[in-house]
Design a protein around this ligand. Structure first.
Ligand code: MG
Length: 146
């Protein structure tokens, strides 16, 4: 029988919107929506917690998002910067396992089966990763166990 694999799922919270807040403290506490131009049928790529309270969510048409939350700060997004932060997050993952399967810039599955002896349980590793992301990058991640 195959050995059970220990898989962690890491997902950054409101990633693009959180990076915008990280880089611009003026956005603190404000609803932030990152996405395409409403005039060009753009959609929401990410919405901050404050914008989500108004029902704004990813993949929603931007025109609808702005109707729901007219005072939102709407930003076009800076993919280079999101890639840069994504690489920093990947570098943290690589301290714990080389078996990383990214699903997107802000989400990945990590197979930590071979890391347990060195780093503790999957839960320990998940918590350690979450803590390092918070301390070193100043962003929050959600961690789940498959
Ligand atoms: Mg995410």
């Amino acid at each position: 029988m195959a050995q059970a694999r220990h898989i962690i799922h890491v997902d950054m919270d409101a990633f693009y919107a959180s990076v915008e807040k990280l880089d611009n403290p003026d956005l603190e506490g404000k609803p932030v929506i990152v996405g395409g131009d409403p005039e060009a049928r753009g959609v929401v790529s990410a919405a901050s917690y404050e914008a989500r309270k108004y029902g704004v969510h990813s993949a929603m048409p931007m025109s609808q998002a702005i109707r729901l939350c007219p005072r939102a700060v709407v930003l076009p997004g800076r993919m280079d910067r999101y890639c840069e932060i994504s690489e920093q997050i990947q570098a943290i993952f690589e301290n714990y396992t080389s078996m990383v399967e990214p699903l997107s810039l802000d989400e990945a599955f990590l197979d930590v089966t071979g890391s347990l002896r060195l780093h503790g349980s999957a839960q320990d590793i998940g918590m350690a990763i979450k803590t390092r992301i918070r301390r070193e990058i100043e962003l929050t991640a959600s961690v789940g166990f498959v």
